[in-house]
Write a protein of this length. Structure first.
Length: 195
């Protein structure tokens, strides 16, 4: 059983330490490191993967992360305690070298965010707030396939997912509000891109 995450740097270290098959690391390998029972780390993971350079820019990755978020938020909203994911998502893999490079790029912003985040305005991250976050993330995830063709929209969605996940891990309501602003920005970019 994996130790519970406490911050963004912790997630990055766990992703980098994921053991794969040769020079490839699968989504399943990463989940083995971060755990499969808690929504917050899974959401944070989806955000990091979508946001990371070299990984999130691979065609199809935003859509796969969207499906992943739809499945996890849907199960959370229906009260499941352990998340089920289909094999075709679990077996998706990327080169370990690319993953490590993307994680290195995220290290500095992660350190800054981790120093700034702390428990506050917990009404936005506990109880009903938890389900509101899941519902907003579900809506963002529904739009992820469209974001494949709208520049930067998937990156903004990745920021929203990562901030929502981190807000739940650290019980930081300020991060949840900031994530909501990025979510609204995502919807704005998608609507503008469609029109």
């Amino acid at each position: 059983m994996s130790k519970e995450l406490s911050n963004l740097e912790d997630l990055i270290v766990k992703i980098k330490n994921a053991d794969g098959d040769g020079n490839k690391v699968s989504f399943d390998d990463i989940l083995d490191k971060i755990g499969r029972r808690s929504f917050a780390p899974l959401l944070l993971l989806a955000g990091i993967i979508t946001l990371a350079p070299l990984i999130g820019d691979i065609p199809g990755v935003p859509t796969i992360m969207g499906i992943f978020v739809i499945l996890t938020t849907g199960q959370l909203l229906f009260g499941r305690e352990q998340f089920w994911l289909p094999n075709w998502i679990l077996k998706r893999s990327a080169e370990k070298k690319k993953i490590n490079k993307g994680m290195e790029w995220l290290k500095k912003p992660a350190t800054f965010i981790d120093k700034w985040s702390k428990p506050r305005l917990t009404v936005f991250t506990k109880g009903a707030g938890h389900y509101v976050i899941a519902a907003v993330c579900f809506l963002i995830a529904l739009a992820m396939p469209v974001m494949e063709v709208i520049p930067f929209s998937a990156n903004v969605a990745g920021i929203a997912f990562a901030l929502f996940g981190l807000s739940l891990i650290t019980h930081d309501g300020i991060l949840a509000i900031l994530a909501l602003l990025f979510a609204l920005g995502t919807f704005g970019i998608v609507i503008y891109g469609i029109l």
